[in-house]
Design a protein around this ligand. Structure first.
Ligand code: GLN
Length: 545
């Protein structure tokens, strides 16, 4: 029977609850347990799909086409377990479902209330599909004390009663700030935050104390006393050198051992942490370094390209090098006095990532052109591939008016809106005026790779691949011949041959554009082949520059 571990946050946000959940799951997995992680987001959006990357960071897309919180990316990268739609719920989705039921009359005249209707639905979500999991970790977004998170805490309280302490644990992640003027760590915010949680009927079992300085035994004892937890269950969580060092660090602090003690499973065998030691070793001891330019739009906030950042790091670890990522706002390449060469010449590779809207698109096209003409390794992802096709149309196929219909009306829509496509659920149809939420081509779709193509070599000779999508526009297959004549080969297509999935340039050392998001599937212990290949090409380039 599945056991449930709830992870709450106190004092402030951004304490790394998601990483903590992912790390604990990885540690339990390393002991042979089957784990799954879920995220409860208290905000009222139905999903983060329509939220700005600046507000919320990247939208992480699952195989089954859900647009989810970026923490699900950490979960997948750390455990290798594919996240599903049913692993992320928001207050918005809960209310949407409840109101739909109410309108149908399903509540048979009852007054619909937060307790029990909203809390029941939260519990239903937490308990759904336990399969044969040993542990289901549920991370609650936000901070204890937020109005929005109250129903979630109440649902945890009820589940604690219903399932009992043998099947539930609460880990509260809190901050122990260092006051430099006093030269002391302060436990009071943690005490207050735990008091807030207990006032809602939830006594935490473990406290994970984030701190910038080591937590002295005396402070640990004080927290234990005031917060009513065992001293061993007050876990020190110092800042780590990298996110991949977190599982080993928390293990050394006794996190997983203490969780197992809570569930009376402490006699279980020691974890096998070999793969984490290898990752940390690769990360900490690179044998060289490369610099990659990422020319995009949301470069001010690294979380906006979280998975991309990680996939580049995985590709670097696969090649035993360090990757320096130079984030460049493509708009700067649109200024009259822009010196693109000065910025891009020192780069060992150039990547144009996914994005939305016309802002900065000419700068992206200019970057593609630079990479093509100077034979610098180039990787275009989603919008990046679309821009590579527009660049090719304009400069190697003689279609000077080439553009994307995403940027406004055009006579040469090299990239156009997709109104029909086949999915596992059958024919999908959309119009230009469809809702924006949840209506893109989303989730895993198959691509067929051309034999003898560069990309099929990258995928180890595979003929069919499955990759995750999130886009509304598509390269227009009607331009295939014109683009191929200019040297841009369509080396991956949808099974019906209508949707271009991959383009490449055989006359270039490494030039690949993909309509999907390979970064979403890359893992530290299983780097995505395209990222491993791209960084290998950057290493080759670094020997030339
Ligand atoms: N804006 C483009 C589209 O909707 C690309 C999306 C993306 O890069 N994820 O098709």
């Amino acid at each position: 029977m599945a056991r449930y571990i709830f992870i709450t946050g106190g004092v402030v946000s951004s304490l790394g609850k998601g990483l903590m959940a992912a790390s604990l799951a990885a540690l339990l997995q390393a002991r042979g347990y089957k784990v799954r992680i879920r995220k409860f987001d208290p905000y009222l959006n139905v999903d983060p799909g329509t939220m700005s990357p600046y507000q919320h960071g990247e939208v992480y897309v699952t195989d089954d086409g859900a647009e989810t919180d970026l923490d699900l990316g950490h979960y997948e990268r750390f455990t290798g377990v594919s996240a599903r739609q049913s692993d992320n719920i928001t207050s918005g989705r809960i209310y949407q479902q409840i109101i739909a039921k109410e309108r149908r009359g399903d509540y048979l005249g009852a007054t619909v209330q937060v307790i029990p209707h909203v809390t029941d639905m939260i519990k239903e979500f937490a308990l759904a599909d336990p399969d044969d999991h040993d542990f289901i970790l549920c991370e609650i977004g936000g901070t204890v004390g937020d109005i929005e998170s109250l129903p979630f805490i109440e649902a945890i309280r009820q589940m604690r009663n219903e399932l009992g302490p043998d099947r539930t644990a609460v880990v509260h992640v809190t901050l122990v700030p260092y006051i430099s003027a006093a030269g002391e760590l302060k436990t009071k915010p943690t005490q207050h935050s735990v008091r807030e949680l207990t006032s809602l009927g939830v006594q935490p079992d473990l406290l994970l104390c984030r701190c910038e300085h080591p937590l002295p035994e005396s402070e640990r004892a004080k927290i234990a006393l005031f917060c009513n937890v065992r001293k061993e269950a007050v876990i020190q969580a110092l800042d780590a050198s990298s996110i991949y060092a977190v599982p080993l660090q928390y293990h050394a602090e006794g996190l997983d051992a203490e969780v197992l003690r809570h569930f009376r499973l402490e006699k279980d065998p020691a974890p096998n942490l070999g793969r984490w030691a290898d990752i940390v070793d690769r990360h900490n001891n690179p044998e060289g370094e490369v610099t990659v330019a990422v020319v995009g739009k949301y470069v001010g906030l690294p979380d906006a390209y979280k998975s991309l950042n990680e996939a580049l790091v995985h590709g670097a670890m696969a090649n035993r090098v360090k990757v320096n990522i130079r984030w460049i706002d493509s708009e700067i390449f649109e200024q009259d006095d822009a010196d693109i060469a000065a910025q891009l010449e020192p780069m060992h590779a150039i990547l144009v990532p996914g994005g939305f809207g016309s802002r900065g698109s000419e700068g992206k096209i200019a970057s593609v052109r630079f990479a093509r003409e100077h034979k610098v390794p180039f990787f275009g992802i989603c919008l990046g591939m679309q821009m590579a096709c527009v660049e090719a149309a304009r400069h190697t196929s003689g279609i000077s008016a080439a553009s994307s219909s995403e940027f406004g009306p055009t006579d040469q829509p090299i990239v156009g809106i997709i109104t029909e496509w086949m999915s596992k659920e059958g024919l999908q149809q959309r119009g230009a005026d469809s809702d924006l939420g949840g209506t893109m081509r989303l989730g895993a779709y198959e691509a067929r790779l051309a034999g003898n193509s560069h990309v099929s070599t990258m995928y180890g000779g595979a003929e069919r691949i499955m990759e995750r999508h999130r886009h509304r526009y598509e390269v227009n297959v009607a331009y295939r011949d014109a683009l191929e004549k200019g040297g841009l080969v369509f080396s991956g297509m949808s099974p019906d041959g209508l949707l271009p999935e991959i383009v490449e340039r055989p006359d270039h050392p490494w030039f690949i554009g993909v309509q999907f998001h390979p970064e979403l599937k890359s893992k530290p212990f299983d780097p995505h082949p395209l990222f491993a290949g791209f960084i290998a090409a950057a290493v080759d380039q670094s020997r030339l520059v």
